[in-house]
Design a protein around this ligand. Structure first.
Ligand SMILES: Nc1ncnc2c1ncn2[C@@H]1O[C@H](COP(=O)(O)OP(=O)(O)O)[C@@H](O)[C@H]1O
Ligand SMILES: [Mg+2]
Length: 374
């Protein structure tokens, strides 16, 4: 494990600055209140949500399951993932068959003691033959499964649905409407929705015309304050018998603005370089080298983020202009289209308006990258 991990599941002691938030959401979800956390990529949504689920299990005896909707293509596939994730809470071996077909999973269920422990009752008979079930019926059963288990086992159920905006691509409005219809009758189950397309997530839960309107509390992930970062970073280096010269942490944070993923990347680069140089004192030169190295590593991610904006006319040009502090309206383009692109960029948490025609980037290292383009 890296000193500053950037893994999907972050160790509890590396999740900093969000204790009050984690406690609040844990309390809401074990009390059966669903919560939605929107926000751009790499700010710590999955890490926080995974920790919330862990506490729901460890401190409140809840049954939990998590499903990532990213890259799933059909409602059946979603149903299968949900069923296996929920059942994995009963028997962790079920996760090893998750890649397989429904036929394999139902055969496996028939041959396992899961049947004896939880499934040997009328409510679960359908699991034996889910591979032969019409799609509609399978989805209905999958959506109902969490609450059925909650009632049988008298415990709260909390289900994490990551990258939830992808539900629209998987099953469109009909799937979302089915979800709402089934879920609103589940008194012991809460859903924790997270999604990186903030605007789409807010539309799904915040617009009166949408099926999930008011289904979940919409909560904002708080920023991590600089002093919390500073304490954490110093503690980590001290534990490695390394000392930071004054100003080094401030310089790192000035460049990253405390963006969670970028800050961890830069700190890890500081550590790697210091180790390579056998340095026990970390000075401004090492910090500068680390920024260079982390920037190079982040390039692939930023390129892929930019490709995500290919479908939005002028978005890329506007981003580069903003990054260079040039006037936002490129000469000779339709002002309405520019405004539309800016609104999209703001709704997705890429930029933020700070005054008339003035914007800042949510991820300053992305700005630096853009400013150096072309
Ligand atoms: N609270 C935190 N404290 C420290 N680092 C964090 C925190 N949250 C996230 N990170 C860093 O950011 C990375 C990405 O977090 P992740 O939860 O995957 O973001 P998201 O789900 O929003 O895309 C983590 O692997 C970790 O390096
Ligand atoms: Mg995530």
């Amino acid at each position: 494990m890296s000193l500053f991990p950037t893994t999907k599941i972050l160790p509890t002691e590396d999740i900093i600055g969000r204790e009050a938030f984690i406690r609040d959401v844990t309390r809401r979800t074990v009390e059966h209140q669903s919560v939605m956390i929107p926000g751009p990529r790499r700010i710590g949504k999955t890490a926080v949500a995974t920790e919330i689920l862990r506490r729901c299990r460890a401190d409140h005896g809840a049954l939990t399951a998590s499903v990532d909707l990213f890259l799933q293509s059909t409602p059946e596939e979603f149903a299968k993932k949900l069923i296996t994730a929920v059942l994995a809470n009963q028997d962790s071996r079920i996760l090893s068959v998750v890649q397989d077909s429904l036929a394999v999973i139902s055969r496996w269920i028939q041959g396992s003691e899961l049947v004896v422990r939880v499934l040997n009752s009328v409510e679960f008979r359908w699991l034996y033959h889910m591979d032969r079930m019409p799609q509609e019926e399978l989805i209905e059963h999958a959506l109902a499964l969490p609450q059925t288990l909650a009632e049988r086992q008298h415990r709260p159920v909390v289900i994490l649905l990551d990258e939830f905006q992808d539900a629209l691509a998987i099953g469109g409005q009909p799937l979302i409407k089915r979800m709402r219809a089934v879920w609103q009758q589940q008194p012991d189950t809460a859903y924790l929705f997270i999604g990186s397309q903030g605007s789409m997530m807010r539309a799904l839960f915040g617009q009166t015309t949408q099926a999930l309107y008011r289904f979940a509390d919409i909560l904002q992930l708080p920023d991590i304050p600089d002093d919390v970062w500073a304490q954490y970073i110093e503690r980590k280096f001290v534990a490695q018998s390394m000392a930071l010269k004054p100003g080094v942490v401030a310089e790192v944070l000035r460049n990253t603005s405390g963006h969670p993923y970028d800050t961890m990347k830069v700190c890890q680069a500081v550590y790697d370089i210091a180790r390579d140089l056998n340095a026990t004192q970390i000075d401004a030169t090492i910090a500068w080298m680390a920024l260079e190295r982390a920037t190079a590593e982040l390039e692939a991610i930023f390129q892929s983020d930019l490709r995500g904006w290919d479908g939005t006319p002028h978005a890329r040009r506007i981003l580069v202009r903003l990054a260079r502090n040039e006037p936002v309206y490129p000469p000779g383009v339709n002002a309405g289209q520019v405004k539309k692109a800016i609104d999209e960029l703001m709704a997705n948490g890429v930029i933020q308006r700070i005054g008339h025609g003035r914007y800042t980037f949510h991820e300053p290292m992305f700005q630096t990258y853009l400013a150096d383009q072309e």
